[in-house]
Design a protein. Structure first.
Length: 413
């Protein structure tokens, strides 16, 4: 069993203040306590009409990568003009990294030094030389002003920067302090509402994740603390390799990476969807599904509301494939726009339209290329699955892969 989340400090302060005020009023006015008045008749006012309490809004967490401004030419403004900003509850800005001296920003130019002219700016207003912050951080600031309630988290990665994030808990408190210093830098403290730790490849011992997230919670207090985690549900796989159930006590939610790593196109086959919702006859790895990962995490006792279903806006593909349905052989990865074996939905819907569905996702066979990716229909199906499972919402990788009018994100609800 997991232990209850510790009370938040600010809530404790508010409760204490309210109690103190009530006690002070009693001492000053001599008003008797409730117990002393129990025998006195009291004129009861009719109960006031109360407005119905709206159910909590499911989270829709979209990832925006710092490198989107380069070859992809996708800027924070595009989140607004596509209509996606209105659908999002949170943006996960990816990313900072964990280096030898603690948490650091990944790309200072993209983060806060790129000068934005009016045409690319979220609000149509150009940056000025007097500003302390330019770049994506200032554009995110503007996006939040246009979308009240939108929250932004700064995500820190370890693995892809060739540093062992699993070793960080050796001094987890020091790492948490260094992360807090970056997130709460006075130049952009108003931009970020918390931190995300990208823990895609568990390492450093099973307790490392729990220790690190405990330290993050202690340091960030009421701010949001999340972790992006593996969806490897195989026995002895990534979910088993870390104490996710223990870490769950310290996070607001987990972004579960139920995409991308299930069946890779950097092989000669068999071809298979990279992000199947559920197993199907002939699937190469029966644990490599969204459903298997979600069920395993729930079986650990992690509340369903703390799990966000991962959906990818990109596809993975093979070439040299003659078989239209899954299970064919290949000669290697298909050519993508930016890298072999991967491309965005907004590209694939035009260059290799879907020709079939399997396991709750789509696939496409065009020429000798075979791709798998999600479409608006399969995204809607995955979102409906998440609702049936009682999950806290959806987690999207990444926003630059959607169409200019936000086809995929609009399909979520």
């Amino acid at each position: 069993m997991t232990t209850p989340h510790r009370p938040r400090t600010r809530l404790r302060v508010l409760i204490a203040a309210a109690c103190t005020a009530a006690l002070g009023a009693t001492l000053l006015t001599g008003t008797p306590t409730a117990s002393a008045r129990e025998s006195e008749p009291v004129a009861m006012a009719p109960p006031a009409a109360t407005a119905p309490i709206a159910p909590p809004r499911n989270k829709v967490v979209g990832t925006y990568t710092s490198w989107s401004i380069y070859g992809r030419n996708f800027h924070v403004k595009d989140i607004q003009t596509s209509g996606s900003a209105a659908k999002l509850t949170h943006i996960r800005y990816f990313h900072g990294y964990v280096g030898s001296t603690g948490c650091q920003l990944g790309d200072g130019y993209a983060d806060f030094n790129k000068f934005y002219h009016a045409a690319q700016s979220v609000d149509g207003v150009a940056d000025t030389w007097e500003q302390r912050v330019w770049g994506n951080f200032n554009q995110l600031r503007k996006l939040k002003k246009l979308n009240p309630g939108l929250k932004v988290l700064l995500s820190f990665d370890g693995w892809s920067w060739l540093n062992d994030l699993g070793e960080a808990p050796a001094d987890a408190k020091a790492l948490a302090r260094s992360c807090h210093a970056v997130v709460e830098d006075p130049r952009w403290a108003d931009v970020f509402d918390g931190i995300d730790i990208d823990w895609k490849y568990p390492n450093g011992g099973r307790k490392s994740l729990r220790k690190l997230m405990s330290a993050m919670r202690a340091e960030f207090d009421d701010d949001l603390v999340t972790a992006t985690i593996t969806a490897d549900a195989a026995p002895g796989g990534g979910i088993d390799a870390a104490d996710h159930e223990g870490a769950a006590d310290h996070v607001d939610w987990f972004n579960v990476m139920t995409y991308g790593l299930y069946h890779t196109s950097h092989t000669r086959g068999p071809t298979a969807p990279h992000s199947p919702l559920r197993a199907y006859p002939g699937i190469p790895r029966r644990y490599a599904t969204t459903d298997a990962a979600i069920r395993k995490l729930k079986d650990l006792g992690i509340p369903a509301g703390k799990l966000l279903l991962g959906i990818s806006f990109e596809g993975h593909g093979w070439t040299g494939v003659t078989r239209q349905t899954p299970g064919g052989t290949a000669t290697g990865p298909a050519q993508g726009t930016y890298e072999p074996g991967a491309d965005h939905y907004r590209v694939l819907k035009a260059t290799c339209p879907a020709t079939g569905r399997v396991g709750g996702t789509a696939y496409a066979h065009c020429g000798t290329d075979w791709w798998s990716y999600d479409t608006p229909d399969t995204v809607a199906g995955k979102a409906a699955y998440g609702k049936r499972q009682g999950l806290g919402g959806t987690f999207l990788w990444d926003l630059s892969g959607d169409t200019p009018d936000g086809e995929l994100i609009k399909a979520i609800r």
